[in-house]
Design a protein around this ligand. Structure first.
Ligand code: C2E
Ligand code: CA
Ligand code: CA
Length: 686
């Protein structure tokens, strides 16, 4: 629609034009008729005037011709000229001889061209003169010529007045109609148009058309009301449409029975989750959970019970996995899909799988009947197993189908090797939980040698796990697991306790050695770790200087302030601190300066290739120099050859430990080793 409505297009103007046109034409026609009638009247009045004049002078004129009195005739003629309209007056004998005569020129007038064709320039009248007693004898004639200009002049005046008033009244009528029309129609209509323009097509009933004041009862009012009713009706239908659309949407997007996202919705969410996981470089696990033997549940208990069971499972899953790390949806009849985001590795997904199994496994009471169900799960991991949502889902579904062939109530990972690894890790975790209680741990001790004095100055306590079936499990294997599940706290405390007990025994036996114990980052993060350590020392009555704690650089990383504070307290108590695996982490000088550290342990990986690999040699040298400049003693670990030992001692490294001197030993073997080592030393010196 046009924004500015041009004035000449308005109805009131068109009305004005029409009314003016019609009024003008009819005014002109009516005026013309009036004028024509008037002209007839004027024409007749000239005749009447002429016959009256003739009647007036008739006797005198007759008398003059009867008595052949020229003087009288001329007097009559002259008398006639008192009338200004008379142009010619003449009294003649029957033979045409004039007795009296007078004439003057036609009045000059600009309107003659108009009026002469209507009235003629002059009107001629001839009266035969006779005596009343003898009308057949004609004595002469009286001729009178009338100039029409005078009558026509008044006629013309009236004519112009008639036309002017006709046109004026036509114009006044037109204008009046225009104003009335504008006020009554155009203006309210324009208001309505403006109001209609403001109607929101999305919500037509939100803002109805405003009714111009004073038009409640007329046609405009009716029209606006009808329009508004229509708008309301349209709004209602739209609302119903929207509601229906929403309903259809919900039906399509969410599963009717459980209220969980349906397959299509799930795929959309998965797509997004995979994208996010890709950006954050985290692992995402997709677990497909199929209820075992759901068909027979349906057959035995009926579909209604089956539905209730599915609802209960859905309910339990959403309740258990409520956080926004998880998405639970229903894929189909008895299948659910669970997405877990933000994982480090697949191992965490195994925990979730266990939780899902437990959820399904809990007995349910329906209609006084206890039903216990199981499920089988297939787990696929992003990015390891697939990078596209449909491929990932396919992998998980296949894995679940495969897992069902091998029994119920368990889970399986898509990649066999990962599945195996995770399974073993899970098993190890379970076994680890029993290990402490079942006394499967023991400590071995690796001597630490002073390279200058060639004396044993201490020992590093290292844990060993004697697994009932697997035999010796290396700490590199189970310590990381115990750090993830937190059991390192308990295990670490046991190690500390055991090492302190051993140190106390050896001190009693005249072998006062310093024992180095590895302290995990998880242990250092414990709030009461300092008190625990100090009370352990007290319990075994050994001086704090007899204990060394080995911490890795990563221990400081997460909460530097906290770690610094704790290590300061330990250090103040007299415990010495060694930085383990130095050179493998950040090895930041800033950290090191703030730490109350006494020892740096060069990691065995640098010692292994010492003198073979230039880079490793340079790192070892740097650490030794760094230790010297910071006044820290450097311990080389993993010394396996005489060459390594020689090089290190020459380079200024004071302490060393490694297979070259001894493997980690049981306490008894350690005692034997110490005795032998010192005997050899005495012999060498002798
Ligand atoms: P670590 O603290 O760096 O311990 C040194 C590891 O090097 C020990 O392995 C030790 O047996 C080994 N080793 C010693 N000399 C040599 C050598 O000459 N050559 C070679 N190739 N290796 C040598 P282990 O006992 O298997 O311990 C591995 C890791 O397990 C330790 O590394 C430590 O991080 C952790 N660990 C061991 N016991 C404990 C413990 O009681 N608590 C904590 N938190 N961690 C422990
Ligand atoms: Ca260590
Ligand atoms: Ca180490």
């Amino acid at each position: 629609m046009q924004n500015t409505f041009e004035v000449e297009h308005r109805l009131s103007y068109r009305v004005l034009r029409w009314v003016l046109g019609v009024a003008l034409i009819s005014g002109i026609i009516i005026s013309a008729i009036q004028v024509a009638l008037d002209a007839g009247r004027v024409s007749r009045s000239v005749d009447v005037q002429a016959s009256q004049t003739i009647a007036l002078v008739r006797d005198a004129a007759t008398q003059s011709v009867f008595s052949i009195d020229n003087e009288l005739a001329q007097q009559v003629v002259d008398g006639l000229f008192a009338q200004e309209a008379i142009r010619l007056a003449r009294i003649t004998h029957p033979d045409g001889e004039p007795l009296g005569n007078g004439e003057r020129p036609l009045q000059r007038s600009a309107f003659r061209p108009i009026t002469d064709p209507i009235f003629d320039a002059e009107r001629r009248y001839r009266e035969a003169l006779s005596r009343p007693g003898n009308p057949d004898i004609i004595y002469g004639y009286l001729d009178i010529h009338y100039d029409t200009a005078f009558a026509a002049g008044t006629w013309l005046e009236r004519t112009s007045v008639t036309f002017a008033s006709g046109i004026a009244s036509a114009i006044i009528l037109g204008m009046a109609l225009f104003v009335v029309f504008h006020l009554l129609l155009t203006r309210p209509l324009l208001r309505i148009v403006r109001s209609v323009k403001q109607v929101d097509p999305e919500q037509p009933d939100d803002r109805l058309v405003a009714l111009p004041p004073g038009h409640h009862t007329d046609e405009l009012g009716l029209w606006v009301n009808a329009t508004n009713n229509l708008l309301v009706a349209i709004g209602d239908t739209q609302k119903q449409h929207r509601e229906a659309e929403d309903r259809v949407n919900r039906l399509a997007r969410y599963d009717q029975l459980t209220g969980l996202p349906s397959r299509d919705t799930f795929m959309e969410m998965l797509q997004k989750d995979i994208h996010d996981a890709g950006e954050r470089k985290s692992v995402l696990a997709l677990t497909v959970c199929g209820i075992d033997d759901f068909k027979s549940v349906n057959e035995q208990c009926g579909f209604r019970t089956g539905d209730v069971l599915l609802q209960a499972v859905a309910d339990r899953l959403t309740r258990k996995l409520g956080s926004n790390r998880f998405t639970v949806s229903r894929l189909g009849s008895d299948q659910f899909a669970i997405v877990e985001k933000g994982l480090r590795d697949g191992y965490q997904a195994a925990d979730t799988a266990d939780q899902i199994l437990a959820c399904v496994n809990r007995p349910m009471v329906i209609d006084d009947q206890t039903v216990t169900m199981t499920a089988t799960l297939g787990v696929a991991l992003f990015p390891g197993d697939a990078s596209k949502p449909d491929r990932l889902l396919q992998s998980a579904e296949q894995t679940m189908a495969l897992a069902k062939q091998h029994g119920h109530n368990h889970f399986q990972f898509y990649v066999a090797s990962i599945d195996q690894e995770i399974r073993e890790r899970k098993q190890l975790e379970k076994d680890l939980a029993q290990a402490l209680g079942n006394h499967q741990f023991h400590l071995v001790y690796q001597p630490q040698i002073n390279l200058e004095t060639r004396r044993i100055i201490g020992a590093e306590a290292l844990i060993r796990w004697e697994h009932p079936e697997k035999g010796l499990v290396p700490p590199d294997h189970f310590i990381p697991i115990s750090e993830v599940n937190g059991s390192i706290v308990e295990i670490g405390q046991w190690v500390l306790d055991q090492a302190c007990w051993q140190a106390a025994r050896w001190a009693e036996e005249g072998m006062p050695l310093r024992i180095a114990v590895n302290l995990s980052a998880v242990q250092l993060r414990q709030a009461n770790i300092v008190d625990d350590i100090l009370s352990t020392l007290k319990r075994h009555r050994i001086p704090a200087g007899r204990l060394e704690l080995e911490v890795t650089e990563t221990s400081f990383m997460t909460n530097l302030e906290d770690a610094v504070a704790k290590l300061h307290r330990l250090s103040k108590a007299g415990i010495s601190i060694a930085v383990d695996d130095f050179g493998t982490g950040y090895s930041s000088l800033t950290y090191l300066k703030r730490m109350p550290v006494q020892h740096l342990k060069i990691d065995k990986q640098f010692i292994r290739d010492l003198l073979v690999n230039e880079e490793d040699t340079r790192i070892a040298n740097t650490i030794i120099d760094l230790g010297r400049s910071l006044n820290l003693s450097v311990v080389a670990e993993g010394v396996e050859t005489a060459e390594q030992e020689y090089y290190l001692s020459q380079r200024g490294c004071k302490l060393a430990q490694g297979y070259f001197f001894s493997k980690p030993l049981s306490p008894h073997d350690f005692e034997t080793f110490v005795a032998g080592f010192h005997r050899k030393l005495v012999e060498n010196n002798a």
